[in-house]
Design a protein around this ligand. Structure first.
Ligand SMILES: C[S@@+](CC[C@H](N)C(=O)[O-])C[C@H]1O[C@@H](n2cnc3c(N)ncnc32)[C@H](O)[C@@H]1O
Length: 334
C-alpha cells in the first residue's frame, strides 16, 4: 500500500492545535516526531521503564499526515478526488489561519511517498492495558490476568476508528457520564468512533444507546467492541451520517428522546452541533461535550448558552476541556 506523506515542520506547542485543525479538513491521525521526553504515564503505557537520554528538546516538531494513494496514483480527501498540490494548498491555508493567533514556527510542508505494509496495525505494539480511575481497559489482543478477574473491565479494539480510552477527552467524558447515568438513561453518543462511551455507559447501567459517526469504519469497530463486552445488539444502535445537517439522520435518531447526549468531537464541530442536539434532548437532559482544546473553552461554553442550555460544569485534564450542560425544563404558567 502506498501513501503520500505530508510532513509539516512546526513547534511542539502547536502540535495539538495543528492536528485538530487538519483533522477538520479530513487529514486524520498524525505521526509526531519531537524531542519532548516521555512522561511517566507514557512510559508505563508503552511498557518502557528506562530509556536512554535523548537529545535536548529544541521545541521543534514534525507532524506527518498520510493520504492513501490509489492504484492509479490518484488521491482522495473526504471521499473527493484531490491532487497533491490541492492538499498542500489547503494545509497552507489552515496553517496561515492558525498563525494569526498562535506561534506555529516554520510551518513548511514537505511531500514524500512512503510504503508501509502495516500502517494500520503498527500502533498496537504501544497500546497495553491501563486504568481510567477504577476501570481497567484491556485491548482485545491481551488477556485478563487472574488477579483482575473481579474488576470492572472494558475490552477495546478501536480498529481504525478513534477511541482507545487513552485520550484525555475520552476520560473526561467517562467521568461525567458516571455522574449522570441511571437505569432509565437513553443515551446518544455523537461521534461514537470505537463506541467506547456508549458501551461503557451501558456497562454503567444505562438502558439503551444510539451512536452516530461520519466514519464508516466505526460500524465494524462498534460491532467488535459490543461483542467483546457482551452488549446485546438491541442495546446499542449505530447510525452513519452527519447529524448536524442531515435531516434523515436527525429523524432516525429521534427528537426529545435522550436523557444524555455525549459528544467528544472538536470544538469547531460542537459549535454547529449544539443547537441541533438541543432538539434531540429531553427536557432536563444532560449534554456532555469534550474534544475541546483549552483555548476553545469559551467558544463552546458560549455555544451552549446560546442554544438555551444551562451550563453545569467545566472539567479539565491536561490541555483538554469538557463542558457539561442541561436542557432547561419548561416552566408551567401560573
Ligand atoms: C475524538 S473522536 C471520539 C471517539 C470516541 N467517542 C471517544 O470518546 O474516544 C471523534 C469522532 O467524531 C466523529 N465525527 C466528527 N464529526 C462528526 C459529526 N458531525 N457527526 C458524527 N460524528 C462525527 C469522528 O469521525 C470521530 O470518530
Amino acid at each position: 500500500m502506498k501513501w503520500k506523506k505530508f510532513k509539516i515542520k512546526t513547534v511542539t506547542d502547536a502540535e495539538d492545535i495543528i492536528i485538530s485543525t487538519l483533522y477538520d479538513i479530513g487529514l486524520e491521525g498524525a505521526q509526531i516526531e519531537d524531542k519532548v521526553p516521555l512522561t511517566a504515564l507514557e512510559k508505563e503505557q508503552m511498557f518502557v521503564d528506562i530509556l536512554p537520554d535523548g537529545p535536548a528538546d529544541d521545541g521543534i516538531a514534525y507532524l506527518s499526515f498520510f493520504v492513501e494513494e490509489k492504484e492509479d496514483g490518484s488521491l482522495e480527501l473526504n471521499g473527493e478526488p484531490v491532487t497533491e498540490a490541492q492538499i498542500c494548498e489547503k494545509v497552507k491555508e489552515e496553517l496561515d489561519g492558525l498563525r494569526m493567533f498562535c506561534e506555529i514556527g516554520e510551518g513548511s510542508i514537505a511531500v514524500d511517498e512512503t510504503e508501509d505494509i502495516d500502517w494500520i496495525n503498527n500502533w498496537k505494539q504501544y497500546f497495553h492495558q491501563f486504568y481510567i480511575d477504577d476501570l481497567l481497559v484491556i485491548p482485545s489482543w491481551e488477556e485478563v490476568k487472574p488477579e483482575d478477574q473481579g474488576k470492572m473491565i472494558l475490552h477495546i479494539d478501536p480498529g481504525t476508528a478513534f477511541g482507545t480510552g487513552m485520550h484525555e477527552t475520552t476520560q473526561l467524558c467517562i467521568r461525567q457520564l458516571k455522574k449522570f447515568i441511571t437505569p432509565e438513561t437513553e443515551l446518544l453518543d455523537v461521534g461514537t468512533g470505537s463506541g467506547i462511551l456508549a458501551i461503557l455507559s451501558l456497562m454503567y447501567g444505562a438502558k439503551h444507546a444510539v451512536g452516530t459517526d461520519l466514519d464508516p469504519c466505526a460500524v465494524d469497530a462498534v460491532a467488535d467492541n459490543m461483542a467483546n463486552n457482551g452488549i446485546a445488539p438491541e442495546q446499542f444502535e449505530m447510525m452513519i451520517g452527519n447529524i448536524i445537517n442531515d435531516k434523515a439522520v436527525q429523524d432516525q435518531v429521534g427528537y426529545e428522546k435522550y436523557d444524555i447526549v455525549v459528544a467528544n468531537i472538536l470544538a469547531d464541530v460542537l459549535v454547529p452541533l449544539t443547537p441541533v442536539i438541543v432538539n434531540q434532548l429531553k427536557e432536563g437532559g444532560i449534554y456532555i461535550t469534550s474534544g475541546i482544546i483549552d483555548d476553545k473553552e469559551t467558544v463552546v461554553t458560549e455555544a451552549v448558552k446560546a442554544a438555551g442550555l444551562e451550563l453545569l460544569e467545566v472539567t479539565y485534564q491536561g490541555e483538554w476541556v469538557s463542558v457539561t450542560a442541561r436542557k432547561k425544563e419548561t416552566q408551567c404558567a401560573g
